[in-house]
Design a protein around this ligand. Structure first.
Ligand code: PLP
Length: 284
């Protein structure tokens, strides 16, 4: 059965969906996106994703395609039409179609595209066994806090990880870890502190990051928001990543060095449990 997707005002079969060849998302990666996870047919951290979308749009002086309520009802309609109970909703907004020019066009109507992906998020082999990551230079642009659709650098990094027989890559700039290719990166020091890079233009301000740090603080865990090196990470008790699609995922090996006994650590496992149980409770 083919999916029903949403394109600029219409719910259509995916094979029938079209977008202009002049769309600036297609020509210039002039677009932003959000990925919201779905549990029990409900949206996780939806308000956070909407707030970040609005911030991304504002940073790029891009018009919003619709208000929050309308975007939420499109999400719900798409979930219902596709019978999704566990998986993801992808939403992309671009500056719309205009004759090709570097300058932003006046008055182009933004394009809005949404589609769903049905897949297990809670019980996954990767969460059970943990990820092995390679380390690469961060070759992305300087505004990683804006969630744009220009994803070639992370695609190249994921391909390099796959070619090395590993799961993902952590990226390094000026000697410090920025983040994973599609997730925020954390270590747990031997004396129990959770360390993750502080917010800036260098990393995406993860919605899962915000939720996990809040839950960790509520559980009286110690948190340090600061940069860390690969050497510090390889010497850490454990490591993990967070994202809307993976929640909290343990990292068990960094650039060939196993962490601890090479299996998911207790802090990462506990945070995953806490996050999933909270997400199931608070999803809308
Ligand atoms: N960092 C990058 C580069 C990402 O692409 C993502 C998610 O796609 C994240 C972090 C995690 O963000 P979130 O928790 O909002 O999914």
């Amino acid at each position: 059965m083919s999916r029903i997707v949403y394109v600029n005002g219409a719910f259509v079969a995916e094979a029938e969906a079209t977008i202009s060849v002049f769309d600036r998302g297609f020509l210039m990666a002039d677009g932003v996106y959000e990925v919201t996870s779905v549990l029990d047919g409900r949206l996780v951290d939806f308000a956070g994703h909407m707030a970040r979308l609005e911030r991304s749009l504002a940073e790029l002086e891009m018009a919003a395609p619709a208000g929050r309520e309308e975007l939420e009802s499109i999400h719900r309609e798409l979930l219902a039409r596709n019978g999704v109970t566990e998986g993801l909703v992808y939403m992309q907004v671009t500056r719309g179609a205009a004759d090709r020019d570097f300058l932003y066009p006046d008055g182009a109507a933004p394009s809005l595209v949404l589609f769903t992906q049905s897949k297990p998020l809670i019980d996954t082999p990767a969460a059970a066994r943990g990820l092995k990551v390679i380390v690469l230079d961060d070759i992305r642009w300087g505004r990683r806090d804006i969630k744009t659709v220009q994803l070639l650098a992370p695609s190249m990094a994921k391909m390099a990880a796959k070619a090395a027989g590993k799961d993902d890559a952590w990226m390094v700039e000026d000697g410090f870890v920025t983040e994973g290719t599609s997730n925020n990166a954390y270590i747990v020091t031997r004396d129990g502190a959770i360390v993750t890079r502080d917010l800036s233009h260098s990393i995406l301000h993860g919605i899962t990051r915000a939720a996990v740090l809040r839950l960790a603080r509520e559980a009286q865990m110690r948190i340090e928001e600061r940069p860390f090196t690969i050497a510090e990470a390889q010497d850490a008790a454990e490591a993990f990543v967070t994202s809307a699609s993976s929640f909290v995922q343990p990292v068990v090996e960094i650039d060939g060095t196993a962490l601890g006994d090479g299996t998911p650590g207790p802090v990462a496992r506990r945070l995953r449990e806490i996050y999933v149980s909270e997400a199931l409770k608070s999803a809308v």
